[in-house]
Every structure is written in C-alpha cells, then in structure tokens.
Ligand binder design. Structure first.
Ligand code: NCD
Length: 359
C-alpha cells in the first residue's frame, strides 16, 4: 500500500509529476470530474483544521468521489478511550483512502501499520505536514516558474511548525536552494532537520533578524507561533508577536519576492500586506491546496501504487531497552505499540515515529 506519511515518501520526480498534474487539473477540471466515482475518502481530524480538511473534501468531491469523517476527536470514539489502531482498522473498512490529522507525532505512521487503505498524513503534532509542502511547492513553481536556485527564508516558529519541517526536507531535493532560518533562539529548527541539510552540504543561516534578512530572499515563508504546542504559557505570551511582517519591512525586499504562509495567520502578517497583490501569495497558495490534494488522491489510489513496497519500517529496529521520552510522540499514549527506532550516522537512535533522539 502506498501512503503519504512524510514528504520523503515521494521522490523528486514524483513531486515534480504531482506539480504538473495539479496544473493540468486547474486547466482541465472537467477531465478529472469523475475519476474517483465510487471511491470514499475518510477525513479523520483529531485536531482542528479549516483549509486542510475542507480542501481534501473539496478535492475528493471534485473528483466525483464521496466523503465521510469527523472534524473533532470528541465526536469520535477516541473520547471513549479507543486506540488509534482500532479506529483505523474499522474506518479502513468503510473507505478507500484516509486523510488524518492528529496532535501526536507519528500517529499517521501507526495508522498505516493498521490500515488496508492508503493513509495521508494531514499533520501530526509539531512533526510533519507533507501535503502542505506539496501545495507550497506548487505555489513556488507557479509564482516563480522554478524551484531551483532560490533563497528561501522561513520565519517564526521553526521548532513546532510542522509545515517548515516537511518543506525544508522537500526543498533539499532541489538544486542550489539556500535557506535562512529566522526565529528566536527558543524556536529554532530541530536538530534532525539541520542534519538532513548538513549531510547534503546545503547552506543555511540561522538568525533572529527578519528585517535584515528580507533583502536577499526570493521566498519568505511566514509561520504562526504554535500556541497549542507550548507547555509554558508565559513563554508563548513572550514570543507570540516576535515577528510581524508589515509594509514597511517590505521596503527593502525584492520586487518579485513571494510571501507564503500556510495559514491561519494571527498577527505575523499585517493585513495591509494583503494589498501587495503580487508579493502576497498566501491566499493563492491556499487555493492551490485543492488541486494538489486532487493530484495526491489520484496518485495514491492509482492501481500501480497498491502493490507498492512499504519502505517506512525497512530500517527500523526494535528498541527494547529505551523508550522515546517525547511526551508529544504517539508512543506516549498508544497501547501495545512497540518502540521502533532507526540508527543514524553517528550511532544515535531516533524514534521512528517522531524523529526525537532516544537516549
Ligand atoms: C498549518 C498546520 O496545521 O500545521 N495549517 C495548515 O494546515 N494550513 C499551519 C498552522 O496551523 O499554523
């Protein structure tokens, strides 16, 4: 079964193909309007969402398929104490493909171990958000005409922001992409993402200075400070408005800078920036999500992919003695789940579900 758990599930060629298919869908909507007739998408959202869930549902309906699901864990049997494994085993009997969002990191990987139908990760805690990344890449390709040779600034909550983790991983597949990571010290990019870049000798700068970084950027990807992931409310209050992009800060930006944001925004992009139609690409970006998600559904339901060799657990070893200590990891709540890990270059063990180091 072919799943989309992390962006690394797709090769660069497949990502480029998805971008081309999305563009073709935009130009020829009618051609695709019955391609999923008789198929059912389940959207299981254990965590709030507007764009991701609705664009998935809109995507399946635009393909002629049907949808079912829930948008709130309280209205599912999770609230009665049902395990994720049991929920997925049951729902995979009711649907042909499942898109799920969960507050715990690694939950979609656990789901894929119990599902008879493809699982799409629509966001797992502060970990990954691969479908957002695919629509971000589609947006970059449409706005700039290419994805190679760009200087990309990512600003805000790089620690808990799952979209930036998947985006940086994907952009590392393209040529000559330079990164500027703009965040306060407390919200820096996790080590395991920097390690991906280090391994490939890809240039990145870490700074807390948004204004000083703007002039060199081709893309500025703003993110929300992720209030729901903070354990310390005071820390959130201190950091919440640390970056606010306004018109004045854009004075020294390139004319053809593209400003992206996965949305929802809080204060990090002033509303006045919306008037800068050419550079403010975030609402076009959200619309692109519908077409990219149509392409993703088509790809995962393609017959060729149903016998796909499952790669995720290939390098996994059972870690009998050590357990993942990340309280945000699915291993902290799911009963009967074996601790699986992968060995990294320097002999570190990383939890296969959340990528945190196991000590
Ligand atoms: C993002 C998410 O859920 O991670 N939103 C989205 O999917 N468009 C970003 C966020 O919530 O800040």
């Amino acid at each position: 079964m072919r799943d989309l758990i992390g962006i690394e599930d797709f090769s660069k060629e497949e990502i480029d193909e998805l971008i081309e298919i999305s563009k073709d869908i935009m130009d020829n909507k009618e051609k695709y309007s019955e391609m999923c007739k008789g198929k059912i998408l389940a959207t299981l959202f254990f965590e709030p969402s507007t764009r991701t869930r609705l664009s998935f549902e809109s995507a399946m309906l635009s393909l002629g398929g049907s949808i079912l699901g829930f948008s709130n864990a309280n209205s599912s049997s999770t609230s009665k104490g049902e395990s994720l494994a049991d929920t997925i085993t049951v729902v995979s009997g009711y649907s042909d493909i499942i898109a799920m969002r969960h507050p715990k990191e690694g939950a979609p990987l656990v789901a894929s171990m119990h599902s008879n139908v493809p699982i799409i990760n629509a966001g797992d805690g502060g970990h990954n958000h691969p479908t957002q990344t695919l629509l971000d890449l589609l947006t970059i390709s449409k706005e700039k005409g290419h994805i190679d040779n760009l200087t990309v600034g990512l600003c805000g909550d790089l620690k808990y922001g799952r979209t930036v983790h998947s985006l940086v991983t994907a952009l590392s597949l393209y040529s000559n992409v330079k990164f500027v990571f703009i965040s306060p010290e407390e919200l820096k990019m996790p080590e395991y993402i920097n390690e991906i870049l280090d391994k490939k000798n890809i240039e990145y700068v870490e700074t807390n200075n948004l204004e000083g970084s703007i002039p060199e950027l081709d893309i500025l990807y703003m993110t929300r400070i992720q209030r729901e992931r903070f354990t310390d409310v005071e820390e959130y209050e201190r950091l919440k408005d640390v970056y606010i992009l306004d018109k004045k800060k854009l004075d020294n930006a390139k004319e053809d800078l593209s400003i992206l944001h996965p949305l929802p925004r809080v204060n990090e992009i002033a509303v006045e920036v919306d008037d800068d139609k050419r550079r403010a690409a975030y609402f076009r970006q959200a619309e692109n999500g519908r077409y990219m998600r149509m392409a993703i559904i088509l790809k995962l339901l393609d017959e060729k992919n149903l016998n796909y060799e499952y790669k995720h657990l290939n390098d996994a070893i059972e870690s009998n003695n050590c357990k993942c200590e990340n309280s945000m990891c699915i291993t902290s709540i799911e009963r009967g789940l074996k601790q699986l890990a992968v060995k990294c270059n320097d002999n570190k063990l990383r939890c296969i579900f959340c990528d945190h180091e196991i000590k």
